[in-house]
Design a protein around this ligand. Structure first.
Ligand code: ZN
Length: 225
């Protein structure tokens, strides 16, 4: 029997296991002999250009989906050949008009769609793509990480390093550039590098040492992670 279409969002901060969950779901679909593919952004070259790789080292060969609006026709074309489509790091397509609706259409066309994406920008604000996609989802996995400062459940992603985008809009950071934080220990980016960061730093000598060695961040130069 052909499975019904579904739109499933896997969301949470960095280090919450989103990509691990995505890889697991794609692998399970393949074991059921469904045609399953995972797609990644062309700008996500953190660990590999051709694989989706989780922070804990799991990986799966991936097809590349173009940046911006060009992703939609490519997505539709790829979807013709697959039953299950996983999109890693969906926030890379933040602000692309029509993408959420296109994914919803594919689910109505009996495709099973998984999208893993950050729940918030590193400034603490929401992603446009998340605002559009979450209400359309059949199911949402809301994953949490452990706060780097107190160990409690973390729903925020704290940027802890400076960066230069070289004119690019998006910065793609790796494991050393971010930490999961709870709401208590999350510092909105405008405060990073200022005295108000002192309190959470002193809660963890190890993290304090790490943050003290980083260059303060200018709030005007902070795109989404
Ligand atoms: Zn905390």
């Amino acid at each position: 029997m052909v499975e019904a279409g579904k739109l499933i969002v896997i969301t949470g901060p960095m280090f919450s296991g989103k990509t691990t969950k995505l890889i697991s779901e794609i692998s399970k679909a393949r074991k059921k002999n469904l045609r399953a593919v995972v797609l990644k952004s062309a700008i996500d070259t953190r660990y590999s250009r051709s694989d989706v790789v989780s922070h804990d080292g799991l990986k799966l060969p991936a097809m590349v989906l173009p940046d911006g609006e060009a992703c939609i026709p490519v997505l539709r074309r790829i979807a013709c050949d697959y039953d299950v489509i996983g999109i890693d790091e969906g926030h890379f397509w933040d602000g692309v008009p029509g993408l959420a609706a296109a994914l919803d259409d594919l689910a109505f066309d009996s495709k099973i769609i998984y999208v893993s994406m950050l729940n918030r920008k590193n400034m603490g604000t929401s992603f446009d793509i998340g605002e559009k996609l979450l209400p359309l989802a059949d199911h949402i996995y809301s994953l949490g990480a452990h706060c780097s400062q107190c160990g409690r459940k973390a729903a925020f992603t704290q940027r802890i390093t400076n960066y230069r985008t070289g004119g690019k809009q998006k910065f793609v950071g790796g494991a050393g550039d971010y930490e999961p934080r709870c709401r208590t220990h999350f510092m909105r980016q405008k405060l990073v590098g200022q005295s108000s960061l002192a309190e959470p730093i002193t809660a963890s000598p190890k993290s304090a040492q790490k943050i003290r060695t980083k260059i303060p961040i200018s709030p005007q130069t902070l795109p989404s992670p």
